[in-house]
Design a protein around this ligand. Structure first.
Ligand SMILES: [Zn+2]
Ligand SMILES: [Zn+2]
Length: 139
């Protein structure tokens, strides 16, 4: 018997696979995927946006986004399947962040490290001052 895990969707205990959700949820996802896919396959629906798909298929937006993120629904095929970048809200069709934010974040990281360095230095200065003050006070 394999390792057990809780399904990320329904919380049921299941034998762990490479997926984070249980076989039933996978089956359910598959069913919903077919609904969304069948809707989008029609020529008149190719340009549908995510809110329009939610409206027409009653499949949850999160799940549709998941299909897009997993590349099961491709934005090359369906041009309006974009979702907002988690940082700036620009429409994107893969990953979590737009290209700009990805670049920004790596420079932010460097910036953050620099801030930490300055903060530590200031803290040391403060400590030195506090000690001086203490010594002077005592005299
Ligand atoms: Zn489940
Ligand atoms: Zn962004």
């Amino acid at each position: 018997m394999g390792e057990l895990a809780n399904c990320a969707r329904c919380d049921k205990v299941f034998v762990k696979t490479t997926k984070s959700v249980c076989p039933e949820c996978i089956k359910e996802d598959e069913r919903l995927f077919q609904i969304v896919y069948n809707f989008l396959k029609k020529r008149e629906n190719r340009q549908a946006t995510i809110p329009e798909i939610v409206e027409a298929t009653e499949v949850k937006e999160d799940l549709i986004l998941q299909f897009v993120k997993d590349n099961r629904l491709r934005s090359t095929q369906f041009p309006n399947l974009s979702y907002p970048c988690e940082r700036c809200g620009e429409p994107i069709a893969r990953g979590k962040l737009c290209d700009n934010c990805t670049t920004d974040i790596s420079s932010d990281l460097r910036h953050e490290q620099e801030l930490q360095r300055i903060k530590r230095k200031n803290q040391e200065e403060e400590n030195k001052k506090a000690r001086t003050y203490f010594t002077r006070n005592k005299n």
